[in-house]
Design a protein around this ligand. Structure first.
Ligand SMILES: NC(=O)c1ccc[n+]([C@@H]2O[C@H](COP(=O)([O-])OP(=O)(O)OC[C@H]3O[C@@H](n4cnc5c(N)ncnc54)[C@H](O)[C@@H]3O)[C@@H](O)[C@H]2O)c1
Length: 346
């Protein structure tokens, strides 16, 4: 099943919410987003807490990534179970990717699965996280190690949310946007033309939808969306970086060590093309953290039998490549290049 993904005004979202086939809506909203928009959500035209002929239960999560824990998950489950919910309830997630990952996992677990929809409020969630039905939490051992596949029914994209997004979060979203430039010639051309962000958002969302429709369970092409993520997830934890920023640096590492200088050059071109500036690599002039990276890579979801990790790189724009590599080999390559990486700034 695919989601219905569309750009929508508050009027249109309200219309869709009111016509959901349920008498109870469970709203899960990022607390920071609620601070910014709680008042306007409660007014016409959205009137979120007073939908027609529906009860609404509102749950505010912790801000962003801090909510993706088992502890917060238990709190969320118990909050809704205490309300006395049933299997036709519909859950609506409002926030960035952390909120949709968390809320989607709640939806997939409550009563063994209730339907859900998303209103993404960050750039990263609009182009990626809200689409495709991957839900989940972090473990102390690594990112997104707990979770499920549970496709949302609707994704309502309203770009006005980006007005209050902090600049570093907008930049992080651009990291995932750049990833799509490597996966699609059409999107790479949009960067070259310096197309409007709105057009880029639409193209990325469509690209993700198309990939997921072909390969929901990530047995083929969906793997391409992990470009930059194997090292990215490790960098995110080690340097405490926003997700999309880590993906950008994860791509830089993979292109440097498993790709070629053309890809690196393109990475900087795309960065400029969409008006981003990621500055210097977080490891610049520091000891390159091989051991810590390996520690996270070993626990990555993408590691399979016999310690093989599927690294993702590209052959050309629009053609990805899966490179099955042993953890030992990854460590050997990082070790061999660690002095070079210390000063690597492309
Ligand atoms: N499920 C997937 O397919 C998928 C894909 C990519 C990323 N992800 C996940 O997405 C998460 C990152 O998502 P993100 O980048 O959206 O960050 P996020 O959800 O952590 O939000 C970032 C920050 O922005 C705030 N915020 C959100 N919307 C706002 C707005 N409109 N105005 C002001 N502040 C706002 C949040 O409170 C938070 O502090 C990671 O956990 C990552 O693993 C999931």
């Amino acid at each position: 099943m695919n989601s219905k993904i569309k750009k929508a005004t508050f009027e249109e979202i309200a219309e869709d919410l009111n016509s959901l086939d349920t008498d109870t809506v469970l709203v899960v909203v990022d607390s920071r987003v609620w601070q910014h928009y709680g008042e306007s959500f409660q007014k016409e035209p959205l009137n979120l807490l007073n939908l027609k002929n529906k009860k609404v239960h509102l749950y505010k999560t912790l801000e962003g990534e801090t909510t993706k824990t088992l502890l917060e998950f238990e709190k969320g489950l118990e909050f809704f179970l205490e309300k006395g919910i049933h299997r036709q309830c519909h859950l609506v997630a409002i926030g960035g990717g952390a909120t949709s990952d968390f809320a989607g996992y709640l939806a997939s677990s409550l009563l063994r699965g209730i339907s859900w929809s998303v209103i993404p409020t960050t750039l990263l969630a609009m182009v990626d996280a809200s689409i495709g039905g991957k839900t989940g939490l972090n473990s102390k051992h690594g990112k997104n190690l707990i979770g499920s596949y549970h496709m949302p029914v609707n994704v309502w994209i309203n770009e006005a949310f980006l007005e209050t997004l902090p600049p570093e979060e907008l930049a992080s979203g651009r990291g995932e946007v750049i990833k799509y430039g490597f996966l699609s010639q059409e999107i790479s051309d949009l960067f070259k033309k310096k197309a409007k962000l709105s057009q880029v958002i639409e193209a990325c969302a469509r690209k993700k939808e198309e990939i997921v429709a072909k390969d929901f369970r990530e047995r083929g092409e969906r793997v391409s969306l992990n470009l930059g993520h194997t090292f990215g997830h490790a960098l995110e934890k080690i340097y405490d970086l926003p997700h999309g920023t880590s993906v950008f640096w994860g791509m830089a590492l993979i292109f440097k060590l498993w790709g070629n200088s053309d890809h690196l050059e393109l990475l900087r071109d795309f960065e400029k093309g969409i008006g981003a500036d990621f500055g210097n690599p977080p490891w610049l002039n520091k000891t390159f953290p091989v051991d810590k990276i390996i520690e996270y890579v070993e626990k990555d979801k993408k590691v399979r039998n016999n310690g093989i990790v599927d690294l993702v790189t590209i052959k050309d724009v629009g053609t990805f490549e899966k490179v099955p590599t042993s953890i030992e080999k990854v460590e050997e390559v990082l070790e061999k290049n660690k002095d070079d990486l210390r000063t690597f700034n492309f």
